[in-house]
Design a protein around this ligand. Structure first.
Ligand code: LLP
Length: 441
């Protein structure tokens, strides 16, 4: 299924993740349940870290894009593996700090960081802000001045590379709320703006071209655009970036319809990117900058699965069969949002071949509440355990309490044993912030 063989079918015909029997996990922890394989997460982190070490003399840093899955345990693992972290909100920053993550290795993103988030991050002494508006630069400069510090920043630029899973196109006037275009003068203007700030130190440029990308060429093209921009700026303002951050976006397997990884797998993406940086720097007479990348999905996506129990089954003759599970859009809204495709397995009968195509329906009061349509499964029965694969990224992190369903807990599997990394919610938690005002009493 996936590169590192997180998943296999054991002698009982049960699905195993990281050596743990999914049927036993469902019994022990209940369903729905997010399950993560620690070894997989660490192995992905190491691939990126070691590639930068071996092919670029360690001149760079891998930042875990924690939006993919943010909880304290993830920051502990990322820190142990020598990664930095990218955060995009005060909440992610708080979680990282609570987990003991070193503040200086935290990069703060966002197109509209709130003043309170900025001062919180400054007071926590985070490493770097990725600036994405003139007002942010102004505010940050003033706040840094008040604290008597010079704050490291990067500037988010838009290289005008629109990346898709299958192809990439260049857009001269990209329409995005993120970054400043290298094509219309705004990136240059913002660079100048930041360079004039006394209390900001511009490290270099940040670019992120999209997510679930399989084309190495898209990353190479982005490097070319970022470094040509850097060369232009060097000529005009004598500023050379000491670092560039090429964002995240490496694709993962969800179904067999997905593109295959390029030769060399995940190391291959980074190798291509590193070679492009070296080549471009030579061609443009730039000093080789430190290279930062921010993978999220590829670190944690295939490391995670979600276990559900089959409940109601409804067949609409000649039309469709709905197999309903005890989760839904509240734990995985990606079908509703993006019509994302997933692969499902009956964890208690994992050796059986699929015999039918079904729609995996959630339990929310909403017709569109599906995990997927036309998913191949053996004939499912009430009580079967369904495992939906590759749910480690952007599932828990986008979960909600819609319909006042409880967000499922998450366990981390190591050497076949599982422990909570996110405890189960209880109904009491749902009303914890509810208030009945006096006027209603
Ligand atoms: N850096 C920046 C600035 C980003 O905006 C993102 C993702 C990443 C890094 C990490 O990208 P990754 O390696 O995970 O592809 N909710 C969507 C995905 C949104 C991605 C947003 N930015 C989904 O469920 O597919």
């Amino acid at each position: 299924m996936n590169e590192r063989e997180t998943l296999k079918v054991n002698k009982e015909g049960h699905l195993e993740i990281g050596g743990a029997d999914c049927v036993a996990l469902a019994k022990q922890f209940g369903t729905p349940l997010y399950v993560f394989d620690e070894a997989y997460i660490r192995s992905m982190m190491r691939i990126y870290r070691d590639t930068i070490a071996e092919e670029y003399g360690g001149r760079g840093l891998v930042l875990y894009a924690s939006k993919a899955f943010s909880c304290k345990a993830m920051y502990v693992i990322a820190n142990e593996e020598g990664l930095g972290a990218d955060v995009v909100s005060g909440g992610e920053l708080y979680t990282a700090l609570e987990a003991g993550f070193p503040a200086e290795k935290i990069y703060f993103h966002g197109n509209n960081k709130l003043p309170a988030e900025i001062t919180y991050a400054l007071d926590a002494k985070i490493g770097c802000f990725v600036v994405d508006s003139a007002e942010e630069a102004d505010f940050l400069d003033a706040e840094a001045a008040k604290r008597g510090i010079t704050q490291d920043v990067m500037l988010r630029i838009n290289p005008g590379v629109e990346a898709h899973t299958h192809a990439f196109v260049q857009t001269a006037t990209p329409d995005s709320k993120f970054g400043f275009s290298v094509h219309n003068g705004t990136a240059e203007e913002m660079t100048r703006h930041i360079l004039q700030k006394k209390h900001l130190r511009l490290l270099g440029y940040h670019s992120h071209i999209g997510s679930q990308i399989f084309e190495k060429q898209s990353f190479v093209l982005a490097v070319e655009k970022v470094l040509s921009f850097a060369a232009e700026i060097k000529k005009k303002y004598d500023f050379e970036p000491e670092a560039i951050n090429m964002g995240g976006g490496f694709g993962i397997w969800y179904t067999d319809e997905d593109n295959k990884l390029p030769a060399g797998g995940y190391r291959g993406y980074l190798s291509a990117l590193i070679s492009a940086v070296k080549e471009q720097c030579r061609a443009l007479s730039l000093a080789e900058p430190r290279i930062l990348i921010e993978p999220g999905r590829s670190i944690v996506g295939e490391a995670g699965i979600t276990l559900y129990t089959v409940g109601a089954i409804k067949e609409i003759p000649g039309l469709r069969k709905y197999v309903a599970i005890d989760g839904g859009m509240f734990d995985n809204p990606r079908y509703c949002l993006y019509q994302s495709k997933y692969t499902a397995v009956l964890a208690n009968r994992a050796a059986e071949r699929p015999t039918e195509l079904v729609s995996l329906a959630g339990k929310c009061c909403e017709s569109g509440d599906l995990i997927g349509v036309n998913m191949a499964l053996p004939k499912a029965e009430r009580g079967d355990i369904v495992a939906v694969l590759s749910t480690g990224a952007y599932n828990y992190s986008m979960a909600s309490n819609y319909n006042r369903n409880l967000i499922p807990p998450a366990v981390l599997v190591k050497g076949g044993k599982a422990e909570y990394i996110i405890r189960p919610q209880r109904y009491e938690d749902l009303v914890r912030f509810d208030v009945i005002p006096d006027s209603l009493k």
